[in-house]
Design a protein around this ligand. Structure first.
Ligand code: ARG
Length: 298
């Protein structure tokens, strides 16, 4: 256990030293977005959705990434697959290898092959999944380690398969609150890479209440400097954010998390995806990182 959380913020974090890293993302314009079924507690088909509003809000996220200098690739939206906008679930990609998704629910099952087709056509090597897993929704790369969530969607067996595919350490974490059913709703990777000279710089923010006690213990031990986000910020999907090491795109409703990020020297960029939250997704859900290898790990 660590007491470092009580250390002076300035000393622990040195504002101004954050380094932005170039990213390549895969997104899907929500042209067919609606909520026609319920596979998470946020989805209520009786509530009307506004596809044009979803597209407009999504566009602000797309435009923000481009304005920050990132590359954004697009996969075509398929009619009848309203959740395809949440590209984070389409796979998990490191060094040009894409581990495909195998969705838990039948409603999303056709997305798995659709994303694998896109990966192949775009020059990625595809590792076809045997086990149920929902891609970067549940798998997060932090330094050399993959944090892997289970409890609602991806299975523990997929964590083993993930380790076999990438040959990296996989740390399993148990999610316990149905509102936070994917790992990317409960953890945000702020600095995914290690600093020069192997200095461990990787850091995260997380929502402690989303995990069981053993998993909380693992997070406390491994990331003593992590930002622990308050329940009210977690409840508005504040953790479902995307960081490039300096800019952190977050929900404007997560005001406490926004302040914590500023104190640590990050630059919060506020993007409102309220319409997409009706499907139980936010910024990170709409974003899949494509790690080609050399050129994206700079
Ligand atoms: N409606 C989608 C589902 O329940 C939302 C997915 C959100 N994606 C994510 N990466 N958390 O599967």
């Amino acid at each position: 256990m660590s007491t470092q959380n009580t250390a002076p913020i300035a000393e622990a974090t040195s504002p101004g030293t954050r380094i932005q890293q170039h990213r390549t993302y895969l997104m899907c314009r929500p042209e067919h977005f609606t909520v026609s079924y319920t596979i998470n507690p946020w989805m209520e088909p009786a509530n009307p959705t506004d596809t044009a509003k979803a597209v407009a809000q999504w566009q602000t996220l797309y435009d923000a990434y481009v304005a920050l200098g990132h590359d954004v690739r697009l996969i075509d939206a398929i009619p009848g697959l309203p959740d395809m906008v949440y590209t984070a679930n389409g796979g998990f990609v490191i060094d040009g290898v894409a581990y495909g998704a195998k969705f838990r629910f039948a409603e999303r099952a056709p997305e798995g092959p659709a994303f694998m087709d896109w990966f192949r056509a775009s020059g990625f090597d595809v590792a076809e999944p045997v086990e149920v897993n929902e891609g970067e929704g549940d798998f997060l790369l932090v330094g050399d380690t993959i944090l892997a969530g289970t409890g609602f969607r991806s299975t523990g067996d997929s964590h083993r398969e993930l380790g076999d595919v990438f040959g990296r350490e996989v740390v399993s974490l148990n999610l316990v609150d149905p509102r936070f059913y994917h790992l990317d709703t409960a953890i945000s990777v702020l600095d995914p890479v290690e600093g020069p000279g192997g200095v461990e710089k990787a850091n995260i923010a997380y929502l402690p209440a989303a995990f069981d006690a053993p998993s909380r213990g693992i997070l406390e031990d491994r990331y003593p400097d992590a930002i622990r986000v308050a329940d009210e910020d977690g409840a508005v999907f504040g953790l479902n954010s995307a960081s490039d090491g300096f800019n952190v795109l977050i929900s404007p409703r997560a005001t406490g998390f926004e302040a914590q990020l500023r104190e640590r020297g990050y630059n919060p960029v506020l993007i409102d995806l309220s319409e997409l939250l009706l499907g139980g997704g936010g910024i990170k859900c709409c974003t899949l990182e494509l790690r080609h290898g050399q050129e994206t790990t700079r």
